[in-house]
Structure formats: structure tokens, C-alpha cells
Design a protein around this ligand. Sequence first.
Ligand SMILES: Cc1ncc(C[n+]2csc(CCOP(=O)(O)OP(=O)(O)O)c2C)c(N)n1
Ligand SMILES: [Mg+2]
Length: 329
Amino acid sequence: MAARKTTKKPNVSAEELKTYYREMLLIRRFEEKAGQLYGMGLIGGFCHLYIGQEAVVVGLEAAAEEGDKRITSYRDHGHMLACGMDPGGVMAELTGREGGLSKGKGGSMHMFSKEKHFYGGHGIVGAQVPLGAGLAFADKYQENGRVTFTYFGDGAANQGQVYETFNMAAIWELPVIFVIENNQYAMGTSQARSTSTKDIYHRGEAFGIPGEIVNGMDVLAVKEASEKAVAHCRAGKGPYILEIKTYRYRGHSMSDPAKYRTREEVQKVREQSDPIEHVRELLLSGKHATEDDLKAIDKEIKEIVNQAAEFSKESPEPSLDELWTDIYA
Ligand SMILES: Cc1ncc(C[n+]2csc(CCOP(=O)(O)OP(=O)(O)O)c2C)c(N)n1
Ligand SMILES: [Mg+2]
């Protein structure tokens, strides 16, 4: 996770860098605000924050095109924001209000957007993996050239259904990118305790699926690898695996006793490999932006997040009639 050492002279425009900075900062500030609202008792149930992992989804989205699909686990707020879902709608879902993207009935783990081709938000570990292959099957059947980004964690990578999915995706040459967000922990269990090997992507070899490791603290490295994976899928060559090494700064969820790692471990990653700080340094050292430019972006993002929080507090509780809508029975 040494972001600053791996990026040589980046071949990237100032505008592009600023976009990544803005998008990653939006996720970070949104998640910090969600943590505060949770602390105030305004958010109930589970709430899994994405702080530290921002470069993963922002780098992948940089390689996506209109119509591509995405599906992920319960650690999903960053994915929603990165594909352009409304921050107010996401926050109001967290507070369980009428203005939420699932009308206040889904909460943190269960939001969807037809418009943005975001298929959730899934609370059952690994369950989204076969669903992601199913989405890719539909695209292949319709010959529409679309790709599905199927995200899951290092813990989920030990689920049996992942390998049944790998097999079928390989046989049918489905246009699916399996994105393993390896943040090194599955709840309180470190990867070393749960997983027989240090790297996971090479399990794809057993199914003839190529893959690689990516530095998930470097948005440019993620984008580069994603472009390669997308090109592979769009060329009809079947699935691809990206194992993205990343780190979550906060607990597994808001109710994590945090006894399985030291504060020093977290602090070290924050100081040495923070993905937002990395882009900030590139912007400043390349003279693409001044401190004042970055302050202006910070202010703009703060405003968006504050508005989302206000909306999530002001939006009314869902009416009781809502209990009888969106039910398939
Ligand atoms: C089938 C199933 N088993 C167990 C759980 C409880 N559980 C929730 S999250 C989690 C850990 C998953 O870790 P990982 O896949 O690494 O994702 P991360 O939380 O790190 O993003 C577990 C065991 C669950 N939700 N579903
Ligand atoms: Mg994990």
C-alpha cells in the first residue's frame, strides 16, 4: 500500500486529477457525516463506512461507460456516490426517510438505481457475486457490449458460491470484472487468519480467468488496471479479476470493538498511503492546483454533504401505506 512510491510521472491531465480528488473527497466527507449522524442516533441498523477505500471505486468508475453495471456488498455508499447517485437520496435512506432511494425501507445496505445501473447493496456475504454474473449473462445475451463490475471482499472470496460463479462465468465467457476489494479484514478476522494464501486473484487460474493485483491506494493505478480489464471484457474474452489491495480506516461497521488491530497500524496507513492525500500531492507538486483551488473544492464538497444531511433530517418518515408497496408476493 505504498501509493506514493508506485506512481511514476503520471500521464494524466489536471482536470482528470481534480475530478478524482473531488470524487474521493465526496465519499470521505459523506462517510464522515454518516458516522456523525449515526452517533447522534439518526441512523439505525447497520452502517458500514468506506473510508480509506475511496480510490478503488473512483478508479474503476473512471473506466466505466454509460450502461455498464455495478453490484456490491453492504459497504456500498461509496459505489453509489461514484456512479452518480444523489447524495441526498443516499443519506435520507440511511436515516430511513421518505426521500431515501429505497423510500426509507432499505437502509444502508439496500439501495438501487435503475438509472445508474446500480444493482445494490447486498447484506449476505458473497451473494452479489452470482448476481453480477447474471447481469453479465443478460448483457452477453443482448450483445450490447456492456460490462458488469462485481465487487466483493477478501472475506467473501472464501465463499463457495464465488467459485461456482467463476466456473460459469468462464465457460460462458461473460463480460464481468470480479473486483476483490481486499481491505485485509473480514469483520475482526485478518486475511492472514482467514485465507490460505496472501493473494487471492490467482484462484482464477483454476478456471482460466486472468487477473492481477492492484494498488488500491493509488487511483491512477486502479484506473489503469480497470481500463485493461474493461477492454478484455468488451473484446469478448470473458471475465477478469482485479484484486485491489486497500484498507479500511474505520471499524467493520459502526458497532466494531476494534480489538483485532492496533491504532498504530491504522495510523501508519493513513500517514503513508492515504489515497486522497496522494492525489492532493500530485496536484500540488505538478502545479495543477494551488492550495486555494483545493480549499475551494473542499468547501464545495462540504456544502454538498451538508445539504445531503439536512435533506436526510428534514425528509419525513415514510407513511404506513409504504409497507404495502414494492412487494412481490
Ligand atoms: C453469508 C454470510 N455470512 C456471514 C455474514 C456476517 N458478515 C457480515 S460482513 C462479514 C465479513 C465480510 O468481509 P469482507 O468480505 O472482507 O468484506 P468487508 O466487510 O471487509 O468489506 C461477515 C462474516 C453475512 N452477512 N453473510
Ligand atoms: Mg474485507
